[in-house]
Design a protein around this ligand. Structure first.
Ligand SMILES: *Cc1c(COP(=O)(O)O)cnc(C)c1O
Length: 416
């Protein structure tokens, strides 16, 4: 255990790169993707209107989640915009969400002229809860967007109870949590709508892409119209463009890859669970490290593996610990997003539509909404203390063994 750390000139634990979601080492693309893409090219139709792959992908996706409807779109941000658009909120209505997420969650709310309001997160899971949501509700709150962060579901039962009591709609942001389960239920099936991303790094990817799922016929009708310029396309007696929509149609090329990936999703998730689960278990015996906090009765789907260190046991600054594990060739870095999302200029300085500050400045909105770091202790602690890496289906048991070796070496050298 007295082996010298790589950061001090000692031997590096791991010299080969770990598998990455950015290339083929951490992704499962193969002949099936090529075959389905070839069918699309041969058909001559790359557009979902007249195509067959996008409807088939929607049908397969809905079936995989056990829901009635799925509506495909061009990105995760688009899917969230379609979901919020599906609710048809009034300008100035408030949507409660989290301080730690991809900006797509917030962008979707603002483009609908609704106001995002932020609930604090559990410092270890990074998820919002019924308690933190309840403290920021107002008479203007109409919806909640819980984000199942890193692949772990939020504690949904209390959130759904609160939503029922306060008559709020719930959009689950499942962009990072494909196939994750909460008490035996799939994410995306507990709220009114589940929204997914197929961006390059997500468990199921089409490069970019998105999907909304719902059991509600009216929501699916509105979401489908919203994502296709409000155009019903069928001659059902309704006039042309029924309301303000947008073109977020998925292409047949995306859907071809999506169909092939969907068929592999069980394998993708079980590989992630096997290797990330092995690492989480091993971390329990590394003195000074805290494995990822997992709620009881959930099944994590491991978009990101996140751990923290025990500063009472390890005599090292967080930055120096990060440097030491990185020098050993470990895939982890400190932090996730640089600030709580309410500190980004789009929210903090209301840089939205021209210089208007809409929707914050409209008469319809509650005035003087601001967010102060002191009200977000969980968020601030989390963003300063997490060590994370993107997990993927390319990880092997041997990779996990190397990570355990490297982290054990570093932790042991800093143990008080
Ligand atoms: C990735 C992501 C999005 C946005 O998805 P894009 O496909 O990148 O637009 C939204 N929410 C969360 C939580 C995400 O991780």
């Amino acid at each position: 255990m007295s082996e010298q750390l790589a950061v001090n000139g000692g031997p590096k634990t791991r010299t080969d790169p770990f598998p990455s979601v950015g290339n083929s080492t951490g992704r499962m693309f193969g002949e099936e993707e090529k075959r389905l893409l070839g069918e699309v090219i041969d058909s001559g139709c790359l557009n979902r209107v007249g195509g067959t792959k996008t409807p088939a992908f929607e049908e397969g996706f809905a079936k995989a989640y056990g829901v009635v409807h799925a509506v495909a779109s061009s990105s995760g941000t688009a899917a969230l915009h379609v979901a919020v658009g599906g609710l048809n909120l009034e300008p100035g209505d408030e949507v409660v969400t989290t301080t730690i997420t991809d900006m797509g969650t917030i962008i979707a709310v603002l483009w609908c002229q609704a106001v995002p309001i932020f609930a604090d997160v559990d410092p270890l899971t990074g998820c919002i809860s019924a308690e933190t949501i309840e403290t920021v509700l107002s008479e203007k709150t109409k919806a909640v967007i819980p984000v199942h962060l890193f692949g772990q579901p939020c504690d949904m039962d209390p959130i759904m109870d609160l939503a029922k009591r306060r008559d709020l709609r719930v959009i689950e942001d499942c962009a990072q949590a494909h196939f994750a389960q909460y008490k035996g239920r799939m994410v995306g099936t507990m709220g009114d709508i589940g929204a997914f991303s197929f961006q390059q790094s997500k468990q199921l990817t089409t490069g970019d892409g998105g999907m909304c799922i719902t059991d509600d016929d009216d929501l699916q009708d509105r979401m489908r119209l919203f994502s296709d310029k409000g155009w019903p396309r069928v001659n059902d007696g309704r006039r042309g463009h029924l309301f303000l929509g947008i073109n977020y149609r998925m292409t047949e090329l995306q859907a071809a890859v999506g169909l092939a990936q969907l068929a592999k999703l069980d394998t993708i998730i079980s590989r992630r669970r096997a290797t990330a689960g092995k690492l989480a278990k091993a971390m329990e015996s590394i003195k000074g490290l805290n494995p990822p906090k997992q709620l009881a009765d959930i099944d994590h789907s491991w978009w990101i593996f996140c751990f923290t260190i025990d500063e009472e046991i390890l005599d090292v600054s967080l930055d120096d610990f990060a440097k030491a594990i990185s020098a050993e060739g470990m895939p982890f870095s400190k932090g996730y997003i640089p600030n709580p999302v309410f500190e980004y200029p789009v929210v903090a300085d209301q840089l939205t539509f021209g210089t208007s500050g809409w929707p914050y400045t409209t008469d319809a909105a509650r005035q003087n909404i601001s967010h102060d770091r002191k009200d977000y202790p969980g968020t601030i602690w989390a963003l300063g203390h997490w060590f994370i890496t993107n997990w993927n289906e390319g990880y092997t048991d041997a990779d996990v063994d190397d990570i355990v070796e490297g982290l054990t070496k570093v932790a042991a050298s800093f143990a008080r």
